[in-house]
Design a protein around this ligand. Structure first.
Ligand code: SF4
Length: 494
């Protein structure tokens, strides 16, 4: 009889800036599938720190271990992984957007039926999950979790199609929004990406001949797998002992990769649709230097996600790059503190200025994005306290002015600094000497995906409010949000 083991306990609270919903990693056809998945999840840890889980295809069937916390915390006991050993596995790291923070929402979700068992891992957010769930419940469905992901499994099981692939295709055609799904059964590993390809998903091959499906190419490298292909919008990949089959659940597709993957989320050593993330960020920095030049002594990047852009800004402007800010290697997360004073101290624990570098200097400070503005205020203050003469803030992305409904945790304009202030107001609040953002055109050109799709194949809805899909259940909510908004979308400097 299969068993399930869970690690319970309080989930750590974070000061949220921007959080990806999750990362997925699956293996088919390798005797070390569980161990490889464990390694792969470590590599994808930046995509979600709230919870982690692995389902292993063992000789006794699908077994699961999951819990709140980092991968190292959830799998602290060797036995937790040993019991999942077999020739296939599926893992997940989670940051909750839809559904909230309860143990039942930690993925992979595992469903047991009289004839089979199915594990499901999802990266993204379904825009019509609430209405689909209401319909399903009205027809007698009983849900175990509050996660939007569970809807897919109900749709699969209710499909009259004669094969699992047929049922899966029928279900995938009913869910809308952003999704990269990986699904494990005792017969195969399946991967599917929404018709816009918002969230990345790649397939690689192991030296053993087995296959890997995962969110980022960096995780392929970590387990010694060779990159095969990006799962394309609308694609359904089936991997079984008979081999790999590329199929489509729809051909009504249009590439709109989440631009925040290139700006902030993905690891710099990953490639998305053939574009290296570090090089894209470096180009964003170069373009930012062209669009938002300033006379200064040194360029300083905010560690770590802004370092590539800072390097690009320095190269293009000719202003030397300096290590003006350093990040503690050992404070992984900034926990919510009960008072503002303690919260500010925790930012200072994470990052510190190097006075010998910044004192008396005119600094161009490069950050990848501004979300709520609270961290940027602290950073500027850090540099000024360390003796910086001037701080010119340059942001390697356009102002974030609209909510995201495709898998990022900002779903209201109230949380967004640039949605509620003009650029000159932001400059005054941040206490900087000047402020400049990258343009949307500059972002698209810097990423340079090889596609004829609108917006250079990127989703730029965060910056423009032009969503690539209908927003379904979120439409009334967005209209209400936007009715309060009074901002100039084209404004990028002050
Ligand atoms: S709205 Fe923003 S965060 Fe959401 S998918 Fe589009 S670019 Fe990414």
């Amino acid at each position: 009889m299969p068993t399930e083991v869970t690690t319970t306990g309080p989930a750590p609270e974070e000061i949220k800036s921007l959080n990806e919903e999750c990362g997925v990693f699956g293996v088919w056809g390798d005797p070390h599938a569980a161990e490889l998945t464990h390694l792969g999840l470590h590599t994808l840890q930046h995509r979600g720190q709230e919870g982690a889980g692995i389902v292993g295809k063992t000789p006794e069937g699908l077994r699961r271990h999951y819990g709140f916390g980092l991968v190292a915390e959830v799998f602290a006991q060797p036995a937790s992984l040993q019991q999942l050993r077999g020739d296939a596995a599926l893992g997940h790291v989670r940051y909750a957007t839809a559904g909230g923070r309860i143990l039942e929402n930690i993925q992979p979700l595992l469903f047991r039926f009289t004839d089979s068992a199915i594990a499901l891992a999802h990266n993204g957010n379904l825009t019509n999950a609430a209405s689909l769930r209401a319909q399903l419940e009205a027809n007698g469905a009983i849900f175990q979790s509050t996660s939007d992901t569970e809807v897919l499994m109900h749709l699969v099981r209710r499909s009259p199609a004669p094969t699992f692939i047929g049922q899966l295709k029928a279900a995938l055609n009913q869910v809308h929004g952003g999704f990269a799904f990986a699904i494990l059964t005792e017969s195969g590993l399946y991967a599917a990406v929404d018709p816009n390809g918002f969230r990345p998903l790649v397939v690689g091959q192991l030296p053993s001949g087995g296959y890997v499906v995962c969110s980022e190419t960096a995780a392929l490298v970590a387990v010694g797998a060779t990159f095969c292909f990006d799962v394309e919008p609308g694609e359904l990949v089936e991997i079984t002992d008979a081999g790999l089959v590329r199929d489509h659940f729809t051909t009504q597709t249009q590439l709109a990769v989440c631009s925040m993957e290139f700006i902030y989320f993905a690891r710099p050593d990953s490639e998305i649709h053939g574009v290296n993330v570090h090089l894209a960020r470096e180009k964003m920095g170069r373009r930012l230097a062209q669009e938002q030049p300033i006379d200064a002594d040194i360029v300083v990047g905010v560690p770590n996600s802004s370092l590539s852009a800072a390097l690009g800004y320095a190269q293009e402007s000719g202003i030397p790059y300096e290590l003006g800010l350093v990040k503690s290697q050992y404070i992984a997360r900034t926990f919510i503190q009960p008072t503002q004073a303690l919260r500010e101290r925790s930012v200072r624990l994470k990052l510190s200025a190097v006075p010998a570098v910044v004192a008396g200097k005119r600094i161009v400070l490069i950050d990848d994005s501004i979300v709520r503005g609270t961290t940027a205020i602290q950073l500027v203050q850090l540099l000024k306290d360390a003796g910086a003469k001037e701080v010119h803030l340059r942001i390697a992305s356009p102002p974030l002015r609209f909510p995201c409904f495709y898998g990022i945790d900002i779903q209201t304009t109230k949380e967004l600094f640039a949605a509620n202030h003009s650029v000159s107001q932001m400059k005054a609040i941040l206490g900087v000497d000047s402020l400049g953002f990258l343009s949307v055109a500059g972002l698209e050109a810097s990423v340079g995906l090889k596609t004829t799709a609108p917006n250079g194949g990127l989703c730029v809805a965060y910056f423009t409010g032009e969503y690539p899909t209908p927003l379904d259940d979120y439409e009334p909510h967005l209209s209400e949000e936007l009715s309060h908004l009074a901002i100039n979308i084209g404004e990028v400097s002050a």
